[in-house]
Structures are given as structure tokens and as C-alpha cells.
Design a protein around this ligand. Structure first.
Ligand code: FAD
Length: 317
């Protein structure tokens, strides 16, 4: 079932959903089931599965020289989605990205998803390769999420690459990313909103936000979206802080601010167990306020660790 239909069917009730990462290469699918099992009692109508592009690693050869090797540390997004649907009978939403894909490879992946009965995709540009400073598209790929979105829309119209006639029409519901604190490359929030509106005007049916720790930022973002004529559901993405390292890691990687009150509480913590308690309590308060405001869904970035998300969801769902 499409995400937009889940939201409409809920008739204003806030849904619970979460995002998982495919297992690290070599781990079994059971590690993912172990992460999902404890969260199933909260009845998620859908589970997102991230996509991780290739990384470069250096291997030392016998002659002492280093060889640059391209590797995918977390392959298997499509397979994990199929496994989730098969085991739990809930919808799985694969993330699809521009980075590292030619248009041909994207088309083949979308055909596989369609054959598997997957009718939702979260369409993203993807980030730069870790060792590269800026995002470089595949020479035969897409530079922006809107271009990838157009390819999905074309398939929904039965238009395939290099085919003259209309073929099987896919039926993907398309979600896109939004940034309450602005995407880090955008010169201003208004510019970023203009491109977000473009994705929605093209046919994206819902937005999932980057994590944020201050609900005010989400509410202001929603207001600005509505003023700009973006009227699709905007699902807030939440990530509880669980380690002290994340106080600097999250702002540097995800370009988000931590509110002073949260920082003050985290600084008082002597170990990560204490940090986790503060992070969970903060996320519970954020979730309660967002739920009371009637958000369509609370979407948790679990990083495939479910204990913390479970503590937050208890009492809320
Ligand atoms: P875009 O919409 O393409 O925007 C990228 C930047 O370009 C923005 O600054 C925008 O303002 C600007 N822009 C857009 N269109 C144009 C244009 N036509 N001309 C000029 N500028 C333009 N990454 C992964 O690799 N895998 C994942 O699974 C993944 N999941 C995510 C899930 C969520 C909910 C979110 C919020 C992010 C996720 N990301 C993931 C990260 C995402 O790929 C990065 O944030 C990426 O840098 C931007 O992706 P986007 O889809 O927002 O890009």
C-alpha cells in the first residue's frame, strides 16, 4: 500500500514508523529482524531501508603499494525490503539515490522493485563519497533528486529508457527529503524550499524531514512550506542522542543544531548510559509535542538499534 494511502487512512491519527540500515556486508538478515522485532508491537505501517553508496578503501598489495578499491559496506537494500514485506507483511520503503548509479542501473533497480510488489520509494540525491569533498554524479546518472524523481515518474507513465513504445506502468508513491534547518549546500532556506517545491510540484506525495532537536524548527519549516504552496504531508524524522560523541558528530554530519537546554543536560552526563537517558527523555518530549500537534507520522532514525526507539514509543503508540 502507498505511504500516502496509509496517511490518509489514519484520518489524522499519528502513525509510527522507522528507518533501518541494511546489515554490514557479511552479517545475516537475522540482524535486521532482531532490530525490527521489538518495534512491531507499535504497528508500523511502513519501514524505511536506507541506501549506502560505494566507498573507497585502500588495500596494501604484496609489493607494498596501496590499491584504491571501491566497496559497498551495506549492500542489499532491495533484498532487505523484500525480506521485510515477506516476514512482517508491512510496507518497506527503499531509499533510492542518484550517487553511484547510471540511469540504466536505476531503471533496472526500479523494475526489480516493481516485480517485488514494492510501490513506495524515497527519492534522494545521496551524499558525496566519504573520501570526496563534494557530490559527483555518475557520468550517466542524475545530479539532483528531482531528476531521479522524473525517471520514476516516467516509469509510472510506462516510459522506459531507449524504448519507443509505452510499456508496463509502475505505480510508485514517491517521497522526498526536506530540511527544517536547510540543506547544507543551499545558499538560503528559501532557495532550498524552491527546489523542494519543484519536487512536490513534479509529483512527490510526501516529505520526510532531516532529524531536528528543536520542534520549533519543524513547526516553522512546515509553516514556510505551506506559505510556499507545498501542501503534502511532512513527516518529522527524529533521532535520539545516545552517545556523547554525537553532540559534535550529528551537527557536523547532518548540519543540525542542538538546543542549549539539551546541550546543558548532556554536558552534565558522566557516561553514555546517562547520555542515553537524556536523549530518550528529550525524544519522548519532542514526540509528545509533535503528536499533540497532529503530525501525520513520527519517523525514527533507529540506526538499526531498537531498544532506544522502543523506550520512546512505549506510552506514545
Ligand atoms: P536534492 O533535492 O537534489 O538537493 C540537494 C541540494 O541541491 C540542496 O541544497 C538543494 O537545495 C539543491 N538543489 C536541488 N535541485 C537543484 C537544482 N535543480 N539546481 C541547483 N540546486 C538544486 N543519503 C543516502 O545516501 N542514503 C539514504 O538512504 C539517505 N536517506 C535519507 C533520508 C532522509 C529522510 C533524509 C532527509 C536524507 C537522507 N539521505 C540519504 C541524505 C541525502 O541524500 C543528502 O542529504 C543529500 O545531500 C541531499 O539529498 P536530497 O534528496 O535532499 O537532494
Amino acid at each position: 500500500m502507498k505511504i500516502i494511502d496509509h496517511i490518509n487512512k489514519a484520518k489524522g491519527q499519528t502513525l509510527f514508523s522507522f528507518e533501518i540500515l541494511p546489515p554490514v556486508k557479511g552479517e545475516s538478515v537475522q540482524s535486521i529482524f532482531n532490530a525490527i522485532d521489538p518495534l512491531m508491537e507499535f504497528k508500523p505501517p511502513f519501514i524505511d531501508v536506507t541506501y549506502h553508496r560505494e566507498e573507497y578503501v585502500y588495500k596494501k598489495r604484496e609489493n607494498g603499494l596501496l590499491e584504491k578499491v571501491s566497496t559497498r559496506k551495506r549492500p542489499g537494500t532491495v533484498g532487505i525490503c523484500a525480506a521485510i514485506i515477506n516476514k512482517y507483511s508491512v510496507d518497506a520503503v527503499p531509499h533510492i539515490i542518484c550517487g553511484g548509479f547510471s540511469k540504466e542501473e536505476t531503471e533496472n533497480a526500479l523494475i526489480d522493485l516493481d516485480f517485488l510488489g514494492i510501490d513506495n520509494v524515497l527519492v534522494l540525491r545521496g551524499d558525496a563519497i566519504k573520501t570526496e569533498g563534494r557530490f559527483e554524479p555518475d557520468p550517466n546518472g542524475h545530479s539532483y533528486a528531482s531528476e531521479l524523481l522524473q525517471q520514476v515518474l516516467d516509469l509510472n507513465n510506462g516510459e522506459y529508457l531507449h524504448e519507443e513504445v509505452v510499456r508496463n506502468k509502475t505505480n510508485f508513491c514517491i517521497g522526498v527529503a526536506g530540511y527544517p534547518e536547510k540543506h547544507f549546500e543551499a545558499p538560503s532556506l528559501n532557495t532550498d524550499l524552491r527546489y523542494l517545491k519543484k519536487k512536490v510540484d513534479m509529483g512527490a506525495e510526501y516529505i520526510v524531514t532531516q532529524m531536528f532537536f528543536d520542534n520549533k524548527k519543524y513547526f516553522e519549516f512546515v509553516d514556510k512550506c505551506r506559505e510556499a504552496g507545498i501542501n503534502v504531508p511532512i513527516i518529522p524524522g527524529l533521532k535520539p542522542i545516545t552517545t556523547k560523541k554525537q553532540m559534535t558528530f550529528l551537527p557536523s554530519i547532518f548540519h543540525v543544531d542542538l538546543p542549549d537546554d539539551l546541550v546543558d543536560e548532556l554536558e552534565k552526563c558522566n557516561d553514555n548510559a546517562a547520555v542515553r537517558e537524556v536523549g530518550i527523555e528529550w525524544a519522548i518530549q519532542q514526540s509528545k509535542e509533535l503528536k499533540e500537534a497532529g503530525v501525520p507520522c513520527l519517523h525514527y532514525y533507529t540506526m538499526s538499534r531498537s531498544k532506544v526507539t522502543r523506550r520512546i514509543a512505549e506510552g506514545l503508540f
